[in-house]
Design a protein. Structure first.
Length: 65
């Protein structure tokens, strides 16, 4: 399980966009988002850096937790 912070994720629309970006890289990824803490948890076989890069490519900041 990978965890990282997305500090500029502020609403449900942002959470949906982050989830979509991750699932475009790995459609089977299980994504859990906590908007209060701005934390994203991902269960995926994909390399962590690729997932964080996908979030960045979607226009968000992704920081290691």
């Amino acid at each position: 399980m990978m965890q990282f912070k997305v500090p500029d994720m502020t609403c449900a629309g942002c959470a949906k966009a982050v989830t979509g970006a991750i699932q475009r890289v790995d459609p089977k990824a299980a994504v859990t988002i906590d908007l209060d803490t701005k934390m994203v948890s991902v269960a995926s076989a994909t390399v962590d850096d690729m997932l964080m890069e996908a979030v960045r490519d979607a226009g968000f900041t992704a920081e290691a937790a």
